[in-house]
Design a protein around this ligand. Structure first.
Ligand code: FMN
Length: 206
């Protein structure tokens, strides 16, 4: 069950909240390691950061009949509430066949569904996102992020131009799951700093 029940974003002091998650539920996921490294970098910049795991939100493939009969499934609703209670999303997504995984699309599809009294795409509109990808291959998952960027922009999210791809990612993490290559560490730090800047001066960073 989600720990986040409030729909309001920002902390009581008004500071923005950032949700970080990986588009993989695999136990040894490279993208989960990258998500964790990014959450730590965001925390180092002083940003209020939540690291979530889609393994904690198993949900069926979107089904309109199920929605009509029962509304959003509990984990889909909980993940939607988690998204709603944050101002920015940082997603480390694998590349599957040149796109992003159905896991991510499905979670976004459920979260995009309006509930009674809710404005169209209220979970996403006006929010900010930043994207990363790790892949064992040489492309680092770049092609998948193109599609994910397009989807998020379609539903009203401003996606930062700064994005991080980690190619040959099998060699990119140590046994504790920490990034080892300076270029990757610097790229993640830059992204964290750009997210912070975008949230404090959105017009300048978009
Ligand atoms: C269905 C499928 C399709 C894949 N397609 C690509 C691809 O197009 N490009 C790529 O770089 N890696 C591809 N891969 C390999 C993934 O990048 C690799 O499995 C990666 O470790 C998945 O991310 P994870 O470690 O976070 O689970 C594919 C893997 C699967 C299962």
């Amino acid at each position: 069950m989600s720990r986040y029940t409030a729909y309001a974003t920002g902390n009581s002091d008004g500071s923005p909240r950032i949700l970080v998650f990986a588009g993989s539920t695999r136990a040894d996921s490279l993208n989960r390691k990258l998500a964790r490294a990014t959450a730590e970098a965001l925390q180092r910049t002083g940003l209020q950061t939540t690291l979530a795991d889609l393994r904690d939100y198993p949900m069926p493939i979107y089904d309109g009949d199920l929605e009509l009969a029962e509304g959003l499934p509990p984990h889909a609703k909980a993940f939607k509430e988690l998204l709603r209670s944050h101002d920015a999303f940082v997603i480390a997504s694998p590349e599957y066949n040149g796109s992003f995984p159905a896991l991510v699309k499905n979670a976004i599809d459920w979260a995009s569904r309006p509930e009674p009294g809710e404005k169209h795409l209220a979970t996403f509109r006006g929010k900010t996102a930043a994207l990363l990808s790790a892949s064992p291959g040489p492309g680092g998952g770049q092609r998948g992020l193109r599609h994910l960027r397009e989807l998020l922009e379609m539903i009203g999210v401003t996606v930062l131009s700064t994005q991080v791809t980690v190619p040959r990612a099998i060699e990119a993490f140590d046994s504790d799951g920490r990034l080892v290559r300076t270029a990757d560490i610097d790229a993640v730090s830059r992204l964290a700093s750009d997210v912070g800047q975008a949230l404090t001066a959105p017009a300048a960073a978009a």
